[in-house]
Design a protein around this ligand. Structure first.
Ligand SMILES: [Zn+2]
Ligand SMILES: [Zn+2]
Length: 227
């Protein structure tokens, strides 16, 4: 098979390792794999940002100033957002290379097993949806693809309203439409939200907020990248 990024042929070594190779298919060649940075070391318990403290300065600030309880219990991210990751994401998401997403399957799955396997088997993986308009443009939802890599039942419980550029709206419209998510049915199981990137955490919190409002007891998140 060939590397999903550079297309180099990958020939399994003929040794006892072959068995291992066959059991764990690799979609990136070793040198492309090396270009990606798995987040390691101490991190913020809330948002996965590298931090020597239990909670990073951002999360501490939020805790002090938030007007309501944080609907998101915590986010775990797998990779750092380096240059190679930026290139891969743009090819995968914006230039329609669906198959490239498979390069992340193993690490995403492993991150769930190592960090979130305490979640009950009744937990539902819910991908952050695209609006109808974005979906028509892109052809697939990258978050749905990630959700399908997990050993959980995956359900599209959310829909998303397409927002025009904020600048075109009046202030009142901006305020009333600030949460773009809607829940399709009441939900009484814990949810693991799935998305490709955590940047400010606003998107995930908007989604978590509507889920909790419709009965969801607990919301966690597993994102591919910590921006
Ligand atoms: Zn490669
Ligand atoms: Zn944090």
């Amino acid at each position: 098979m060939n590397c999903l990024w550079c297309d180099a042929a990958m020939i399994p070594e003929l040794s006892w390792k072959t068995v291992y190779w066959l059991s764990e298919p690799k979609n990136l060649c070793p040198s492309c794999r090396e270009q990606l940075t798995i987040i390691q070391g101490r991190r913020c318990n809330k948002c996965s940002r590298l931090s020597d403290d239990e909670f990073c300065s951002d999360c501490r600030w939020w805790k002090l100033h938030a007007l309501q309880e944080d609907p998101l219990i915590c986010n775990h991210s797998v990779f750092a957002y380096n240059e190679r990751m930026q290139d891969m994401i743009s090819k995968w998401k914006y230039r329609g290379d669906y198959c490239l997403g498979k390069a992340f399957a193993r690490d995403y799955y492993n991150a769930f097993n190592h960090n979130l396997s305490f979640m009950a088997s009744g937990t539902i993986a819910v991908p952050i949806p695209l609006s109808k308009e974005r979906m028509a443009e892109r052809g697939f939802n990258q978050a749905k693809m990630l959700a399908d890599f997990l050993p959980l039942k995956s359900e599209e419980k959310l829909t998303r309203t397409h927002h025009e550029k904020q600048s075109k709206k009046t202030r009142r419209e901006r305020v009333t439409s600030s949460n773009p998510f809607h829940v399709t049915a009441a939900i009484n199981a814990p949810v693991l939200l799935v998305d490709d990137i955590y940047t400010t955490g606003t998107t995930l919190r908007h989604a978590a907020y509507v889920l909790k409002k419709h009965g969801c007891p607990a919301v966690y998140a597993l994102t591919l990248i910590r921006g």
